[in-house]
Design a protein around this ligand. Structure first.
Ligand SMILES: [Zn+2]
Length: 371
C-alpha cells in the first residue's frame, strides 16, 4: 500500500488513495446510477441518476475516511503518531506508528471507529427524513449513506482481529488476563474464524448464482491474511522486547582495509578469527561495514577478484543505534534502510556491530526454549 496518490492533508495526516480504490469507486458509481437509483426512482433523468451516483459514491468514501480519521484523532490524542490514511478497495487503513500500550487506550482507539460510523449513519438518516419531499434526490442519497454507515459500523464491530471489533475483544481479554500475547492469540483466532465463515458464506452464495458472494470471499481472504500478519507482528514485537543492542552486538570489532579481496576476508578474518562482522576502513576513515551475509551474496568465483568495498554496506547507508536501543528499534533501522547490519555507537565510538542474523538467532533460541 505504499504507492498511493496523495490527495491532501487533514490534521497533519496524509490522505492517500490506492489505485485499487478506483475499481471500487467506479463500481459504486455504476451500481448506484445504473441499478440502485433507477430501481427506486425510475422517473429520474439520465443526468440526475449519474450525478447523484457520483456524489453519493464520493460521500461513501468520505464516510470511510471519517471513520479512519476518528481512529487517528484518538490515536494522536494518546500520543501515537499517525502517518497516513490510505483508501483502498476494501475501505481505509490508518497507518499508526505503534501498537497501543494499555488495554483502555486500545479499547477507545478501536471503538471510536464503529461509533463514529453509527453517528454518521444517524445524521444521514435524519437528513433523509427531514428534507422536504422536493429534495428527493438528496433524500435518496442520504438514505443510502445511512445504510452504508450503519453497515460499515456493524461490519467493523465483528470481533475478529485486526478489525475494530477484534481490537475491542483483544483489549477486553488483555484487561482481564493482563497478557497481551494471549489476548492477541485469541482475537486473531476469532479473526480467522470470521474470515473462513465469510469465505464459506461467499462460496455458498456464489454457487447459488449470486456473484456478490465473491465479495465476501475477497473480504474473508483479506481478513485472514491481515489476522495472520498482525499476529506475527505482535509476536515478533514481544519476542524483541527486552533485547538490548549491547547484548546482541558483536564486540571487539576488527577492522579490514577496503581494498582487501573478499577471499582474504573469508580466509584470514572470518574463518580464522571466527567473527562475522567487520569495520571497513581506508587508513583511519570508516567507510562501511561488512557482514557474513554480504559475503554469502557474492558468487564464489568473484571472491578472489572483488574487494571488500564492493560488497560492504557503505557508511552513509548505515543507521546507527545506541547501546541501550531495544530489539524493535534495531530491527527498524535494519528494515528501514534494507541493510544487513547496524553499528552500535557508544558516544561517537563504534562499540559493536549487529547483523540481521544475530537477531534471528536470538529469536530462534527464544522460540526453541519457549521463552
Ligand atoms: Zn475502524
Amino acid at each position: 500500500m505504499k504507492n498511493g496518490w496523495r490527495i491532501g492533508r487533514i490534521f497533519g495526516i496524509e490522505i492517500k488513495i490506492d489505485s485499487s480504490w478506483l475499481v471500487i469507486f467506479v463500481f459504486f458509481t455504476w451500481f448506484l446510477s445504473g441499478n440502485y437509483f433507477p430501481g427506486l426512482h425510475p422517473h429520474w433523468s439520465f443526468t440526475l441518476r449519474w450525478v447523484m451516483g457520483l456524489i453519493t459514491s464520493l460521500l461513501v468514501f468520505a464516510s470511510v475516511l471519517f471513520h479512519e480519521l476518528m481512529h487517528s484523532l484518538v490515536a494522536i490524542k494518546q500520543g501515537e503518531e499517525v502517518k497516513s490514511i490510505t483508501l483502498f478497495i476494501l475501505g481505509g487503513v490508518a497507518q499508526i506508528s505503534d501498537e497501543p500500550k494499555e488495554p483502555l487506550k486500545e479499547f477507545s482507539m478501536a471503538i471510536v471507529g464503529p461509533l463514529s460510523s453509527f453517528i454518521l449513519g444517524i445524521v444521514f438518516l435524519l437528513i433523509s427524513l427531514l428534507l422536504p419531499a422536493s429534495g428527493e434526490p438528496l433524500r435518496a442519497s442520504a438514505a443510502y449513506l445511512a445504510i452504508v454507515n450503519f453497515t460499515l459500523g456493524a461490519f467493523n464491530l465483528l470481533p475478529g482481529f485486526p478489525m475494530d471489533g477484534g481490537r475491542v475483544l483483544r483489549s477486553i481479554v488483555w484487561k482481564v488476563t493482563g497478557n497481551l500475547k494471549k489476548a492477541t492469540r485469541i482475537a486473531s483466532m476469532a479473526g480467522d474464524g470470521i474470515a473462513f465463515l465469510l469465505i464459506f458464506l461467499g462460496i455458498l452464495q456464489f454457487l447459488r448464482g449470486n456473484f456478490g458472494g465473491l465479495w465476501f470471499v475477497l473480504i474473508g481472504w483479506f481478513l485472514h491474511s491481515a489476522a495472520a500478519q498482525s499476529y506475527s507482528q505482535v509476536m515478533l514485537r514481544s519476542a524483541l522486547e527486552g533485547l538490548k543492542a549491547k547484548d546482541l552486538m558483536n564486540m571487539d570489532v576488527e577492522t579490514v582495509p577496503a581494498g582487501l579481496p573478499v577471499q582474504a576476508l573469508v580466509d584470514d578474518f572470518i574463518l580464522k578469527k571466527k567473527k562475522r562482522a567487520f569495520l571497513v576502513t581506508v587508513g583511519e576513515d570508516l567507510k562501511g561495514i561488512v557482514c557474513l551475509e554480504d559475503v554469502k551474496g557474492l558468487a564464489r568465483e568473484e571472491w578472489p577478484r572483488s574487494p571488500v568495498s564492493a560488497i560492504m554496506t557503505p557508511k552513509d547507508k548505515l543507521q546507527s543505534v545506541r547501546l541501550d536501543a531495544d530489539g524493535m528499534q534495531i530491527l527498524k533501522s535494519l528494515t528501514d534502510r534494507d541493510v544487513h547490519q547496524v553499528p552500535v555507537m557508544d558516544g561517537d565510538k563504534v562499540a559493536g556491530i549487529i547483523c540481521r542474523n544475530d537477531i534471528l538467532k536470538v529469536l530462534q533460541l527464544k522460540s526453541e526454549l519457549g521463552v
